[in-house]
Design a protein around this ligand. Structure first.
Ligand SMILES: [Mg+2]
Ligand SMILES: [Zn+2]
Length: 208
C-alpha cells in the first residue's frame, strides 16, 4: 500500500485569496516547492483535497478549477517542486446558488469523502498517511479518514468556522500545530523511522 500527504490547497499551498477564480491570482506560499519535494522524496504521494465552493456559487466551472490546479502545479514545478499525484475537490454546497450542486454531499470537508475516494484510487494506507490543513474542517476530515493531522498557520486558522451541514465535532484536535508546511514536513519525517520504515523492512523480508 501507499502512503500520502493530503494537502488542503488554499491557505496551505497557495495564498487563500478568498474565492480564487483567476489563475493569475495564484500565489504559491514561501517554501512550499521544497517542502513538497522533501515529502515526495520520502515516499509520500501528494494529494490535494479542496472544498471549492466557488463552483457551487457559479463563480467558476469545474473545468476552470482543473485549469487553476494545473496552473498551480505548473508554478510549483517551475519553482523546483515535484509532480503532484492527485487533485480532488468538492464542488457542492448545501445552499449552492446552482441547483445542480445543492446537496449535502459526503465529499465536502469536514466529511472525509474526498480522502476516502483518493484512498481507493491510490491504494493508500490511511493510518500511515497525514492530512495538512489550515482549518479545523480539514483536520476533522483527516481524523475521520483515520489519518494523523497537522494544522498550519499560513491561512484561515483564525477565521470563524465555515458553514457546514452538521455541527463541527469540537473534540477533534490536530495531532500537531505549526507555522507552515515546511515545519509540518519536519514533524512528519521525524516520525517515520518508527512507522513506515518498519513496514518497509517487513515487506523486504519475504522478497529475498
Ligand atoms: Mg484552506
Ligand atoms: Zn461534495
Amino acid at each position: 500500500m501507499n502512503v500520502a500527504i493530503f494537502l488542503d490547497r488554499d491557505g496551505v499551498l497557495i495564498e487563500d485569496v478568498h474565492l480564487l477564480a483567476d489563475p493569475g491570482d495564484i500565489r504559491v506560499l514561501e517554501g512550499i516547492p521544497q517542502a513538497l519535494r522533501t515529502l515526495k522524496e520520502a515516499g509520500f504521494k501528494l494529494i490535494v483535497v479542496s472544498n471549492q465552493t466557488v463552483v457551487a456559487r457559479g463563480l467558476v466551472t469545474e473545468q476552470e478549477v482543473y485549469a487553476i490546479n494545473a496552473e498551480m502545479e505548473h508554478l510549483l514545478e517551475q519553482a523546483g517542486g515535484p509532480h503532484l499525484d492527485g487533485f480532488y475537490f468538492c464542488p457542492h454546497h448545501p445552499n449552492a446558488t446552482l441547483p445542480a450542486y445543492r446537496i449535502a454531499c459526503e465529499c465536502r470537508k469536514p466529511r472525509p469523502g474526498l480522502l476516502l475516494r483518493a484512498a481507493r484510487e491510490h491504494n493508500l494506507n490511511l493510518g500511515a498517511s497525514f492530512t495538512v490543513g489550515d482549518r479545523i474542517t480539514d483536520i476533522i476530515a483527516g481524523a475521520r479518514a483515520g489519518c494523523r493531522t497537522v494544522l498550519v498557520q499560513t491561512g484561515k486558522q483564525q477565521a470563524p468556522p465555515i458553514e457546514t451541514v452538521e455541527p463541527l465535532d469540537r473534540s477533534v484536535q490536530p495531532d500537531y500545530t505549526c507555522a507552515n508546511l515546511s515545519e509540518a514536513a519536519k514533524w512528519i519525517l521525524a516520525l517515520r523511522p518508527f512507522d513506515t520504515a518498519q513496514g518497509r523492512r517487513g515487506s523486504g523480508q519475504g522478497a529475498r
